[in-house]
Write a protein that binds this ligand. Sequence first.
Ligand SMILES: Nc1ncnc2c1ncn2[C@@H]1O[C@H](COP(=O)(O)OS(=O)(=O)O)[C@@H](OP(=O)(O)O)[C@H]1O
Length: 414
Amino acid sequence: MFRGFRVNIFCCNKRKCEFVAIMSTCLVIVIHSILLVVHLKTYSVISVRSLGDSNFELLDSNFEPLDINNKSKLSDFVFSTKHNQILNRLTPVKENKDIDTHLQFISNENSSSKFSTTEELKPGEEFMNLKDKHYYGGKSDQNKHGINKGLTNGPNFTRSLPDAIIIGVKKGGTRALLEYLRLHPKIRATGPEPHFFDRNYEKGFEWYRQHMPTSTKGQLTLEKTPSYFVSTGVPEKVYTMSKMTKLIVVLRDPVTRAISDYAQLASRRPNMKTFEELAFVGNRTKLVDTSWPIIKIGIYVQHLTKWLEYFPIRQFHFVSGENLIKEPAYEMKLVQEFLDLEPFINDSYFSFNSTKGFPCFKKQPNSSKIHCLNTDKGRLHPDLSHSVIKRLRDFYRPFNARIYQITGHNFGWT
Ligand SMILES: Nc1ncnc2c1ncn2[C@@H]1O[C@H](COP(=O)(O)OS(=O)(=O)O)[C@@H](OP(=O)(O)O)[C@H]1O
């Protein structure tokens, strides 16, 4: 009877009836798929950004920070609301020797049929690609250039363009400085280098902001990309973002900096020419080859002059790369002053590791756990002859003298 009723209502003949049945089934499938996608997008995936063993943030599927006290949101996941317990439920964060930021993309345990795999993302590249796909809105405030300074993601969280940038120099000790600065509760810093002003500028400031960590009111946002110091056009672009940006430069003896840079390159390219072959030109004259980027980076005054066309010298802070190793707490005191921060990072955070020959640090002064930078920081340098070193020192001396004058600081490079 029911069959007859359906046929009477929808179908004039059998073929038409079959057609209606197929179309209805398709419609139901499409509606289900849409609902599934909406559900997945909204609830089923979260990411976790680990900032260290006890420090991390949870982001929802739109990469909005999750308020972990908001149980209604978390109830979508089978997680305990305690930080460590949440972390324990993830596949272990891959040992991160360089304490860079790691992201993990995990499935909602409630919806294993939808996402059955756990995908681990590498820091940096993958993190950025993934985030490119997402955009989240929110209230924003604009600076005088019309660029949004901050984007509000709820009552407490904001992603802000950086207040300060460690712009250089490559192999100066920039990673150490950034990791030390992270110890300060008023500082939020990116792990990977965003390379916004030298490689990703065309992606726009919104892209840049997405790569900044979340921060709360009163916290400073920071990033480090050492190539900014020497890259053409970067000073103007940073100025366009904000002429108030504070600029930090870690300067290291340009001779040891060049050797360090070479050691890094050579470690990746086994058949590389020797340092001497690359650093000098002319068989007899043996002039220093200023076109070799490794040499060119060390002519600090040339690069700084370009920055000074846009920023006054008072907006820079120069850290001695050598002293950052000898007296990290003292250098940190100066940086904190420059950033108008309470002096928080002091001697009690550092512990010199004589095997490594470098300071390591604790995340809490009374903690027994000591963190050191990866072994690619503090590499063995190639042995160069005295005459090679002397020629390089003679070459850099006049440029160094100008740097001492401009910065008002004698770095003591002989
Ligand atoms: N605490 C601590 N641990 C290890 N290494 C330290 C530290 N402080 C400063 N340094 C020095 O940092 C040098 C690497 O500099 P960067 O971090 O700026 O390098 S990079 O540009 O980001 O590749 C690195 O250079 P090399 O020694 O030539 O490897 C170190 O001398």
